[in-house]
Design a protein around this ligand. Sequence first.
Ligand code: NAP
Length: 259
Amino acid sequence: MLNSCEGKSVVVTGASKGIGKGIAAVFARHGAKVLVVARNLEQADACASELRAGGGQVSAFGGDVTKRSDMDEMTRVAVERNGGIDILCANAGIFPQSKLEDMSGADWDTVLSTNVKGMHFSIQATLPALKRSRCGRIVLTSSITGPVTGFPGWAHYGASKAAQLGFMRTACIELAKYGITINAVLPGNIKTEGLADLGADYERTMAASIPLKRLGTVDDIGYAAMFLASDQAGYITGQTLIVDGGQTLPESLEALNQA
Ligand code: NAP
């Protein structure tokens, strides 16, 4: 039973909906003090009050991961409200689609600055508090798209998700002397508001390509994040955990259909 997050202070970026909300909900259910972060404060507040109604100790902060000053203020608020920061879930990310022939410099900058620079800013800003924790944990939300698979329209997104892992493999060495671990969850296709924007056809064809024959839930990712953040995972650092219902494994459609 993983109960080591009880009483810990957890910051989850990109948590007003989708996977981040799922991660926040799992930690809150297990007794952590959670700060839900998103640009839209009203939505972050609505998420926090929904999670509080389920018994969690949750509050909201309106901030943009691409702005270092917002991340500094987020850290100050988390420390003031929750007594420090033990766990950062750097989850905020965007996945607009654009075929590479049409992809503009602005498209690249938007995706890379949120998914990679924003991740870095959130880590850099929370680092002093994570060091004080003495058992600091960072959990990144990467993706199967990029590090393992590809999908048309997501060359920039895939590059950003692979970049997170390149960052992690050096960060884990730099952070080890503080007792801080950093690991990444690689979700497959998870039912979120952001994914719903891609349309019903996308969801249907994706579900058909997954051995477990369903999209993942935000809880599936929340529990993986909670494991990587637990005391029991204290010797795991710089590693990836794919949570995809087996989607990356079939060699062909035939392999799927024969199963
Ligand atoms: P989502 O439903 O669109 O939710 C995204 C969340 O991030 C929202 O709370 C959004 O709120 C926040 N956000 C976006 N830009 C931000 C910024 N600059 N600063 C702070 N918060 C920001 O997305 P999701 O599907 O849950 O995806 C979350 C993460 O999982 C992303 O990193 C994504 O790459 C990864 N992922 C998702 C899937 C999937 O199948 N859904 C699969 C693999 C990986 P505001 O707009 O108010 O800021």
